[in-house]
Ligand binder design. Structure first.
Ligand SMILES: NC(=O)C1=CN([C@@H]2O[C@H](COP(=O)(O)OP(=O)(O)OC[C@H]3O[C@@H](n4cnc5c(N)ncnc54)[C@H](OP(=O)(O)O)[C@@H]3O)[C@@H](O)[C@H]2O)C=CC1
Ligand SMILES: CC(=O)N[C@@H](CCC(=O)OP(=O)(O)O)C(=O)O
Length: 315
């Protein structure tokens, strides 16, 4: 019998993208809510409890409300919001996080899907901390270049209404240095403190690249770019959605410029190390609506249900 799947928030940016992924599948039965009832708590509660897997593609408060509506012990929630990502009763939905994470996702009925900036950052940092190459108290900073779909329906509408070109320049944001992804970056990156994190949104729909600069003199003695890449290769060996590039992979630079949109329409995350013996830059690139949101939600569902992890996803 096909697994029953429901998307709460099916008309939002992440919900619509998820719906596209799921609608194409024949191995699941998609439960639908009438558009005019999509905020009706009784109807939502009925569908949430009828589902084997329910995705929450809602703002944080609405996600908390939805989670509280579920009393069917069989229903697995995969929440796209920030609400539960550091909650110890939920599992962080990043199968590549560390050995054992897939088993945890398989076993849990509460899976907190990752933040787009956070997952790109964590996949760069965590293996280096675990290997002892990057001290947990290293004073990390990071910046992220992201497409505007990361801001959901509202930001998309703002960019689409930009008829005078005012938004055509990149715009740094979260200037208070308290971006909502900091707690998950610190906790799942195993860091002593959160990084100084500066996101920048640009005039393109989707695509994201997080850059982490490192001073080699502060790493474990003699750590080279090759050693960092070897650590990634070892940690991510056999990972279908992680691609580790070679040192200074010029093939990915277009005349010396990095293409932030290069992983779009895939569920891939691509890792790069650039720089010299003194200074390095770690870069991680993904599609914020793919591996950064809806793609990884589908991957988490596949893992949880014991299905082939690739179903419906592009490597
Ligand atoms: N966009 C992205 O790249 C990413 C987003 N996320 C997270 O995913 C979640 C959804 O984000 P996103 O899709 O971008 O946001 P959107 O604003 O595009 O969509 C949110 C949807 O939730 C609906 N909604 C709001 N309140 C309720 C409620 N009480 N009951 C039912 N439906 C409700 C909205 O309805 P209405 O249609 O009426 O507005 C809307 O359709 C957020 O928590 C976000 O942080 C995570 C990773 C990346
Ligand atoms: C451009 C933009 O605004 N991007 C969002 C990130 C979206 C994301 O990853 O998701 P969550 O909202 O689920 O954490 C931001 O930086 O807040």
């Amino acid at each position: 019998m096909a697994f029953k799947v429901y998307v709460d928030g099916q008309e939002g940016t992440t919900g619509l993208r998820l719906f596209e992924y799921l609608n194409a599948r024949t191995d699941i039965e998609l439960l639908r809510i009438d558009s005019d009832k999509r905020k009706d708590p009784t109807e939502r509660a009925r569908l949430l409890n009828a589902a084997d897997v329910a995705f929450l593609c809602l703002p944080d408060d609405a996600s908390r409300e939805a989670a509280a509506m579920v009393d069917n012990p069989n229903t697995c929630l995969i929440d796209a919001s920030t609400a539960f990502r550091t909650d110890p009763t939920w599992v962080y939905g990043l199968p590549e996080l560390a050995p054992g994470q897939r088993e945890a996702i398989r076993a849990s009925k509460r899976i907190a899907n990752i933040g787009c900036h956070a997952s790109a950052f964590i996949l760069l940092v965590r293996p280096l901390v675990d290997a002892g190459l990057l001290p947990p108290d290293y004073p990390l900073s990071a910046f992220s270049l992201t497409g505007y779909s990361g801001g959901g329906k509202q930001l998309i509408a703002t960019y689409e209404a930009d008829h005078d070109g005012r938004l055509q320049a990149p715009r740094p944001y979260a200037m208070g240095l308290a971006h909502k992804h900091l707690p998950e970056m610190q906790q799942h990156g195993r860091l002593a403190q959160p990084p100084v994190f500066s996101p920048v949104v640009g005039p393109f729909l989707k695509g994201l690249a997080v850059t982490v600069p490192l001073q080699c003199s502060h790493l474990k003695d003699g750590t080279s770019a090759e050693q960092l890449l070897d650590t990634y290769r070892e940690r991510y060996a056999g990972e279908p959605f992680v691609r580790v590039h070679g040192v200074d992979d010029m093939a990915n630079l277009d005349g010396g410029f990095f293409d932030v949109q290069g992983s779009n329409d895939t569920n891939r995350v691509e890792l790069f190390v650039f720089g010299s013996a003194e200074r390095l830059c770690l870069v991680s690139r993904l599609d914020n609506l793919g591996k950064g949101a809806a793609g990884s939600a589908v991957q988490n569902m596949n893992v949880h249900l014991g299905l082939d992890e690739h179903i419906g996803l592009t490597t």
